[in-house]
Design a protein. Sequence first.
Length: 128
Amino acid sequence: MEILQIVGLGLIGATLTLVVKPKSPQIAFLLSVLVGIFIFLFLLDKISAVFAILQQLAEQAHVNPVFLSTILKIIGIAYIAEFGASIVRDAGEDSIAQKVELAGKVLILVLAVPIIQAILQTILQVLP
């Protein structure tokens, strides 16, 4: 059960961070970031498997590859922005974390505009 390994790593990292934080907050922060990176790397195989399945399904459904690519980019931006904002929030900088989240949302909106445009054009073609 992989979730037990991830939770175990998280608990060990949190415990070590709590022990180290009073003496060296910088080391505690770096430890927190490293645990987050290790968890992300642990999940990388799972993420790539999901991407492969989605690509296969899109090919079977004859979905334009540009749309799938854009949706995957949007998902990636959402996860990366959340991960980055969490790290910044752990450093005690809530206002910067909010800016990271805002940047992620704006980038998602920029990527979504062509999809929204294509949907609207399709609707206009169907309507008399």
